[in-house]
Design a protein around this ligand. Structure first.
Ligand code: 4AD
Ligand code: MG
Length: 431
């Protein structure tokens, strides 16, 4: 008999097949037993009829509890009532394990309880749907970059210096070498990579010792950094837009069932796949102040500001040309105004906030060194980074996507902690 996965049942209508998985739900009524079976690829309504199974097997199946593991044989058919759904007529049930009473039930559990039971919570259907979407976005990003001449270039996690300022660094003792730090972004290493490969990206965990307890912050999250030689500020934004719109289209194409489980407003996602808007930081501040925000002219955008900016906008908005004092040391000065840098944030609509930070990089050795001296940075540990500006320096740009922020937006859920298998937050490291 053929072993198959739930996602493939439609190809086996009328043929007896075998599936391996768990009990999502079970109920019986007289000679019938209804099992909602799941196997990781999807869920399948299954029905056992006592005379088909025989008394002994039927009684053993009746004792199945939530989350028990089992192997079932049966014949798939199209569902009589629900269009596009399938049903399995069970011919055999092999119990692998009867599960103990499952701690997560249908009743509402608080977030603390669920997070403490995260190792079990990931099996529930909404969490399953988010993890499926995470998987799809991951590959969509890699696919887009691979098809656009970006090579994968893995940056290190243990580093001798900071990428994004020293206030959010996790440090550790590194043998006889003194302090080492967990990477906040692979960007600086990617800048070395472009001089070898032209266009590169990394994709992995980064760390920020951020004391923020918001719905948008994790202390360990995944970032996709991309970097490209000979790309300037405008083209940098075009690449970001092309990539994000590709992700939207892929999610819509591959994840409709998951989006429905999450009750995502699918039309809002469809509308976001249109040309993105652009606004300078100055324009954004003027717009916000006119609507009552207290943001200063050289101020950073708060979550409420980001939400106000995208209110009424179907598409994400680039905020570009920022005051240099609120952006990182590596950003290139705007040739038209030395007080500004050629950086951009990308703000997602529907209140989801910043999902990308990017910029053109300072490629002039002396200007960069001057900026680092102004910021009192330890020049020795960045010597390698300065070297890039001595040996064939070129204009170049890049950006970093906050992977979980992007998943939060695509899934339409309101808390980032559900977008990563094991969230790390200021008050949580278990499990
Ligand atoms: O804007 P950020 O700090 O930019 C960088 O790190 C650049 N070096 C990236 C680059 O140019 N290669 O971080 C990038 C993105 C943010 O836009 C945000 O989406 C996400 O990372 N992010 C976080 N996500 C979850 N939790 C946190 N604590 C985050 N901090 C930033
Ligand atoms: Mg940022």
């Amino acid at each position: 008999m053929k072993d198959i996965f739930v996602k493939d049942v439609k190809e086996y209508i009328g043929q007896e097949v075998r599936l391996k998985g768990w009990v999502r739900n079970i109920r019986h009524s007289g000679k019938l037993l209804f099992i909602i079976f799941r196997d990781g690829t999807g869920e399948l309504q299954s029905v056992a009829f006592k005379p088909d199974l025989g008394d002994e097997m039927f009684e053993a199946a009746k004792k199945l509890t939530l989350e028990s593991s089992l192997i079932i044989c049966g014949t798939p058919k199209t569902h009589q009532k629900i269009e596009g759904a399938f049903e399995l007529s069970i011919t055999k049930v092999d119990v692998v394990q009867y599960a103990e009473e499952y701690p997560i039930s249908k009743k509402d559990h608080g977030p603390d309880f669920l997070l403490t039971n995260r190792h079990l919570w990931i099996r529930s259907s909404k969490q399953w749907a988010i993890l499926q979407i995470r998987h799809t976005i991951y590959y969509a990003i890699c696919e887009y970059l691979n098809n656009n001449n970006f090579y994968r270039f893995d940056s290190p996690i243990l580093t001798p210096n900071a990428c994004e300022g020293t206030t959010t660094l996790f440090d550790l003792d590194y043998f006889d070498e003194g302090k080492a730090y967990l990477s906040q972004s692979g960007q600086l290493y990617l800048e070395t990579g472009i001089m070898s490969l032209g266009r590169v990206y990394d994709f992995g965990p980064v760390f920020r010792a951020e004391r923020s307890k918001t719905r948008k912050h994790l202390t360990e999250f995944w970032m996709m950094d991309a970097e490209a030689a000979f790309v300037e500020h405008d083209e940098n934004m075009e690449i970001q837009e092309g990539l994000i719109r590709y992700v939207i289209r892929t999610v819509l194409e591959k994840c409709l069932p998951e989006l429905n489980i999450l009750e995502r407003d699918i039309e809002a996602l469809r509308r976001a796949d249109a040309p993105f808007k652009r606004m300078t930081h100055r324009e954004a501040v003027d717009y916000l102040r006119a609507r009552g925000s207290e943001i200063e002219h050289n101020g950073d955008l708060g979550a409420a500001d980001e939400a106000m900016l995208t209110e009424g906008s179907d598409v994400p908005i680039f905020i570009e040309k920022w005051p240099k004092e609120i952006k990182a040391f590596y950003m290139k000065r705007d040739p038209e105004n030395p007080e500004l840098v050629l950086g951009n944030d990308l703000i997602a609509p529907e209140g989801f906030g910043e999902i990308i930070g990017g910029s053109q990089r300072e490629d002039d050795h002396d200007v960069l060194l001057g900026r680092m001296i102004d910021e009192k940075m330890p020049i020795e540990s960045y010597q390698w980074f300065l070297d890039l500006r001595k040996y064939g320096s070129v204009p170049h740009s890049g950006f970093g996507i906050g992977f979980e922020r992007l998943i939060t937006w695509m899934s339409g859920i309101r808390h980032i902690r559900e977008t990563i298998p094991f969230p790390r937050m200021i008050y949580r490291i278990y499990p």
